[in-house]
Ligand binder design. Structure first.
Ligand code: PEP
Length: 252
C-alpha cells in the first residue's frame, strides 16, 4: 500500500515582534486566503500576548495559531514562563520548541527540548521541534551527525506524525539571508527522514519535516522542491502578510 502524501505546513514564527497593531497582518492574511483552496496547512506563531487576539481576527479561516516556546511543567513556581496548557487555553494548536535562539540564548540542551516537547504532547498539542547545525559544524563536515544527535536527544520516543513536526533550521541560515543549496537541503531532510523512520517506524515516514532559514517568496518554491521537504518555518518573512502569502503560494 502506498503511503498518503504528506500535507505540507507553512508556519510563521514572529519571535519577539508584534503588539496589538500587528494584528492587522493576520487579519489581512485571512482575508487574502478567503476562498483559496490550499494544499498546505498554515500556522502563525505570534507573541503569546496577542495569541488569543490573532486567533480571533482570523476566525472563520483555516489558519491556526501556535506558541513559540513553553516550559516543561504544566504549572508551578516559574515566574515569567508559560506552559503548553496556557498556550492551548489561548488557542494554540502547535508549539515551537528547541529553536536555535532558545538553544543558544538560553543554553537549552537536547534534554530540555525533549522535556518541552513532551509537555506539548501532554497538553494535546503538536510540537514543532527545531534542529540544525552551526556553521562551524557544517564546515567540519558534522551536519548529519549533529542532526542525528539532536533527533535522538530531543524527539520524544512516543512521537507520532500527528503530534510532531521536525523543523530543519541550519543556524547559519536563520535571519542571515543565506540558504543551503537545494542539494544540501535534500541531503539533510533525507537524513532526518531516515532517522525519524528508525525512531518512529511508519509514523516517521509521515512526519512533516519543515525547512527553515531565510525562506522568502523568491526562494520558497526552490527550497520546497527539495526531497523530503514538507513545508517551511518562516521567521522574518512571516511578519508581513504580503510576504508570507508569497511563500504560501508555493502550495496553491
Ligand atoms: C526562524 O526564526 O525560525 C527563521 C527561520 O527565521 P528567518 O526566516 O528570518 O531566517
Amino acid at each position: 500500500m502506498t503511503a498518503a502524501p504528506i500535507r505540507a505546513l507553512v508556519a510563521g514564527n514572529w519571535k519577539m515582534n508584534g503588539t496589538t497593531a500587528a494584528l492587522r497582518e493576520p487579519r489581512l492574511l485571512a482575508a487574502m486566503l478567503k476562498g483559496v483552496k490550499l494544499k498546505c496547512d498554515v500556522l502563525v506563531c505570534p507573541p503569546a500576548t496577542i495569541l488569543r487576539r490573532a486567533k480571533a481576527v482570523m476566525k472563520g479561516s483555516k489558519i491556526r495559531v501556535g506558541g513559540q516556546d513553553c516550559h516543561a511543567a504544566a504549572s508551578g513556581a516559574h515566574t515569567g514562563d508559560i506552559s503548553a496548557d496556557m498556550l492551548k487555553d489561548a488557542g494554540a494548536s502547535m508549539v515551537i520548541v528547541g529553536h536555535s535562539e532558545r538553544r543558544t540564548n538560553h543554553k537549552e540542551t537536547d534534554a530540555e527540548v525533549l522535556a518541552k516537547a513532551k509537555a506539548v504532547h501532554r497538553a494535546g498539542l503538536t510540537a514543532i521541534i527545531c534542529i540544525g547545525e552551526t556553521l562551524e559544524e557544517r564546515k567540519a563536515g558534522k551536519t548529519l551527525e549533529v542532526l542525528t544527535a539532536q533527533i535522538k536527544g530531543s524527539v520524544p520516543a512516543e512521537s507520532n506524525a500527528g503530534n510532531t513536526v521536525v523543523a530543519y533550521e541550519p543556524v547559519w541560515a536563520i535571519g542571515t539571508g543565506l540558504t543551503p543549496t537545494t542539494a544540501e537541503v535534500a541531503e539533510a531532510h533525507t537524513h532526518i527522514r531516515a532517522e525519524l523512520e528508525k525512531a518512529m517506524g511508519a509514523e516517521g515516514s509521515q512526519t512533516r519535516i519543515l525547512y527553515g532559514g531565510s525562506v522568502k517568496p523568491s526562494n520558497a518554491a526552490e527550497l520546497m522542491s527539495a526531497a523530503n521537504v514538507n513545508g517551511a518555518l518562516v521567521g522574518g518573512a512571516s511578519l508581513k502578510a504580503a510576504d508570507f502569502i508569497g511563500i504560501i503560494k508555493t502550495y496553491m
